[in-house]
Design a protein around this ligand. Structure first.
Ligand SMILES: NC(=O)c1ccc[n+]([C@@H]2O[C@H](COP(=O)([O-])OP(=O)(O)OC[C@H]3O[C@@H](n4cnc5c(N)ncnc54)[C@H](OP(=O)(O)O)[C@@H]3O)[C@@H](O)[C@H]2O)c1
Length: 336
């Protein structure tokens, strides 16, 4: 299967390492032979229509900081040129999420769909700003659009709600969808001030380069948009979310919650309205997970409330969700 990979950061590199370490069993078990024909980062690209040497690609990125030094005859194709001119079945979008205009991911995805490529995105920006129209574009061009890694990292939250609960009517859901803010709030519960907890989270590398994505609830809101569209069939985008982050949570809020046998958690919820806000959650509620964990509780008409807990992010976890999507696409192509 020929693949174009957009972005070669933590997730992109984890995916390629997964392809290398699993190549034999991916072929033996699933008949999947991923062939990465093009990859680009912010500084340039590497192309080989017969398939890039993945170990050399990782080594080049590690040693020189960019994939453009992969071959001596530097390739001048931009990302968009590559999408328009290379032969590939699948585009995997792993550039940084941005919630202002969703670029560059939006152009990568829309161009790929117009060129009849199936798309896997872990980049939340395009989905948060334009989920309904991207779905229409995929349908119009008869391509598959997969995005398992956008919510829950490697924890299959979207699949669970869509497939394991098929036939059910999910009436509401609520969850902790951002591990960074959960880590900060957990440490505040353990006695740190907001600033101390934030500095600690930064030291551990948990905070996005633009901290507002975590602290102001934008990352959680983006995931809520994706869930609402995919699971509840709502046609919503970011502006539809009533969003409050955790900057205003004080030590006394945390102490008051503790008196009520609760902890303050940043909860993204879909129940009549779509909302992200810090609220008190009883400490014996399965949703009340600590540290960087994510959790989401789905309430459905007949099967009650079920909570899924898992690691919400991480390079290798997210790469494993891309692999799941790729296997689904492979299976579907084989079926047609
Ligand atoms: N990390 C996680 O645990 C996780 C989990 C779920 C979803 N995600 C999402 O997955 C995506 C990737 O995350 P990450 O952690 O891998 O981020 P990252 O390490 O920052 O990697 C982003 C990659 O995108 C490239 N890039 C940025 N701007 C570009 C541009 N204009 N044109 C071409 N390439 C560009 C970067 O190039 P350089 O290498 O040259 O800087 C880098 O290779 C993000 O959208 C993130 O929200 C991440």
């Amino acid at each position: 299967m020929r693949i174009i990979l957009c972005g070669f950061g933590v997730v992109g590199q984890s995916l390629v390492k997964l392809f290398v370490s699993r190549s034999e069993d991916l072929y033996a078990k699933y008949g999947l032979k991923p062939r990465v024909v093009g990859v680009f980062d912010s500084r340039g690209s590497a192309v080989d229509q017969s398939g890039l040497d993945l170990e050399k690609l990782i080594d080049t990125k590690k040693k020189t900081g960019t994939v453009k030094n992969y071959s001596k005859t530097k390739n001048a194709l931009s990302g968009i040129d590559m999408i328009k001119n290379l032969d590939a079945e699948v585009l995997i979008e792993t550039t940084a999420s941005n919630y202002k205009d969703a670029e560059p991911g939006m152009s990568h995805i829309t161009n790929a769909m117009k060129h009849k490529m199936h798309v896997i995105s872990v980049n939340k920006g395009p989905l948060a700003l334009a989920f309904p129209s991207l779905m229409e574009l995929a349908t119009y061009n008869q391509v598959m659009f997969k995005f398992s890694g956008t919510v829950g990292g490697g924890t299959p939250i979207l699949d669970y709600a869509k497939n394991s609960l098929r036939g059910e009517r999910i009436t509401s859901f609520a969850g902790i969808l951002n591990g960074t803010t959960n880590y900060i709030l957990t440490n505040m519960t353990n006695g740190l001030s907001f600033d101390e907890a934030l500095q600690d989270a930064k030291k551990k590398g948990y905070v996005e380069a633009d901290e507002s994505l975590d602290l102001d609830g934008l990352d959680a809101a983006a995931k809520l948009v994706i869930l609402a569209n995919w699971i509840m069939d709502m046609k919503v985008t970011m502006p539809d979310i009533d969003c409050t982050g955790i900057r205003t949570v004080t030590t006394s809020d945390i102490k008051n919650a503790a008196k009520n046998k609760c902890a303050v958690k940043l909860i993204a919820s879909c129940n009549k309205e779509l909302k992200v806000s810090p609220i008190e959650v009883p400490i014996d509620d399965p949703l009340c997970v600590n540290g960087t964990l994510n959790a989401i509780a789905f309430t459905s008409e007949h099967s009650g409330t079920q909570t899924i807990i898992g690691r919400g992010a991480g390079g290798i976890e997210t790469a494993s969700s891309i692999l799941r999507d790729l296997l689904d696409i492979r299976k579907e192509i084989a079926r047609i």
